[in-house]
Design a protein around this ligand. Structure first.
Ligand code: PLP
Length: 395
């Protein structure tokens, strides 16, 4: 494909464009300096609060090189499947820092957690509790369990990614909490150690997290009146990122996030507070890099047809998600395009009527903030190859 000369200064500091030119598109690129800076920001803020522990929600991105960097920063892991438990263990996460949630854990997955002595199973129903007890008993082990409660809090986010409403399938209803706890008390091979919550994703309004804190405080008071003490509280993840301004806000506001919990959530003596951050850790460091294949002039608009499609990045098709799009190999004047993929589906559109530098066949196009729920959700639809993921050190 034609290689036009690179405009001076374009993409400097953000993308190694000359190196990109040698790579087959589409691919994911992870800026490891930004990832490390993000992890440092998390550790700095968390370090200010006693008893706070962060688990990385590996479902956001399980690229082994990305995982390795996160593991080196000392975070624990939050898994939602046996495959994720395996991925975390092979990346080097200590099993005692792994929490395992999920509304439908199968027997082999529970056994895998038991064999590795993970920190905690976040349990979502009584039948699940009974199965864990039975499988633990067969191994002569005692499983540590937390109950995932559904706090019936709506987060101000996309309807498809709220999880803490009574209508959602997740968790145990608040009114059943005491029944479940007394049930656990009677079972010999589970130990009730914590309460777990997760209200949704891409949350930017600290008021939503405050509402969760208030709910947790009420619950703790209620439990205390029954002389029930829990060892830890896990408030899940959900902190959002600025998809509109990946350059201006590359690192989420972890200070406000952790300060909100420190101020509002009343931890009891010796209790630890656990977080499960996914998107906020990895979204901004990743971009999907694609090439313009063709420019098609519609009757009243222009289409930039690129070589990535929804099999490579499904968020726009699945949630009408916005990703900032940049033509990183041109500084020609801005023009409006619909940026679309090659797949035969009307939803295979990354953005409609957006302004990017005038583009030609062969230009490199970056879809920004694609580090979370990007590569990991890719499929081989249309017998396409899965996009490869490169970190800065690979190039
Ligand atoms: C998805 C999920 C997370 C991570 O959510 P983010 O919005 O990516 O931070 C954390 N905990 C549980 C239980 C989840 O299902």
């Amino acid at each position: 494909m034609n290689q036009r000369p690179l405009p001076k200064g374009k993409g400097k500091g953000i993308f190694p464009i000359e190196k990109f030119r040698k790579i087959e598109t589409p691919f994911y690129y992870y800026d490891t300096q930004l990832l490390r800076d993000t992890l440092r920001a998390i550790n700095t803020e968390v370090g200010k609060h006693e008893g706070f522990c962060v688990h990385y929600a590996i479902k956001a991105n399980a690229n082994p090189k990305v995982l390795n960097i996160i593991c080196q920063a000392g975070l624990g892991a939050d898994c939602v499947s046996g495959g994720e438990i395996r991925a975390c263990i092979s990346a080097g996460f200590p099993a005692r820092k792994i929490v395992y949630a999920g509304v439908g854990k199968s027997d082999w997955e529970i056994n895998l957690g038991l064999d590795n002595d993970i920190f905690c199973f976040n349990v979502e129903s009584i039948p699940e509790l009974e199965v864990i007890n039975e499988l633990a008993s067969a191994k002569g082990k005692i499983a540590r369990v937390a109950f995932r409660l559904n706090p019936n809090i709506g987060a101000h986010t996309h309807a498809n990614i709220t999880t803490g409403l009574a209508e959602n399938k997740f968790g145990i209803a608040m009114r059943d909490m005491e029944t479940v706890i007394s049930k656990a008390d009677k079972l010999t091979n589970v130990k009730f150690v914590g309460l777990h919550f997760h209200i949704g994703s891409q949350i930017l309004d600290m008021g939503d997290f405050e509402a969760l804190c208030n709910r947790v405080n009420d619950l703790q008071n209620q439990l205390e009146s029954h002389h029930i003490h829990v060892e830890h509280i896990n408030v899940g993840g959900g902190l959002g990122v600025d998809y509109e301004h990946p350059n201006r806000v590359p690192i989420p506001d972890f200070k406000s996030y952790f300060d909100t919990y420190a101020r509002k959530l009343k931890l009891r003596h010796g209790q630890t507070l656990h977080f499960e951050l996914g998107r906020a850790v990895v979204a901004q460091c990743g971009s999907l890099i694609t090439r313009t294949l063709y420019i098609k002039e519609g009757s009243y608009k222009k289409f930039a047809i690129v070589d990535a499609g929804f099999p490579d990045l499904i968020r726009p098709a699945l949630y009408q998600a916005y990703h900032k799009i940049e033509n990183i190999s041109s500084d020609e004047p801005f023009e409006a395009y619909d940026v679309v993929g090659p797949i035969c589906e009307s939803t295979d559109v990354f953005a409609k009527h957006i302004d990017i530098n005038r583009t030609h066949r062969g230009d490199l196009i970056a879809l920004r903030s694609a580090g979370a729920y990007g590569e990991i959700m890719a499929s081989g639809y249309n017998c396409r190859q899965l996009p490869k993921g490169y970190i800065t050190e690979d190039l």
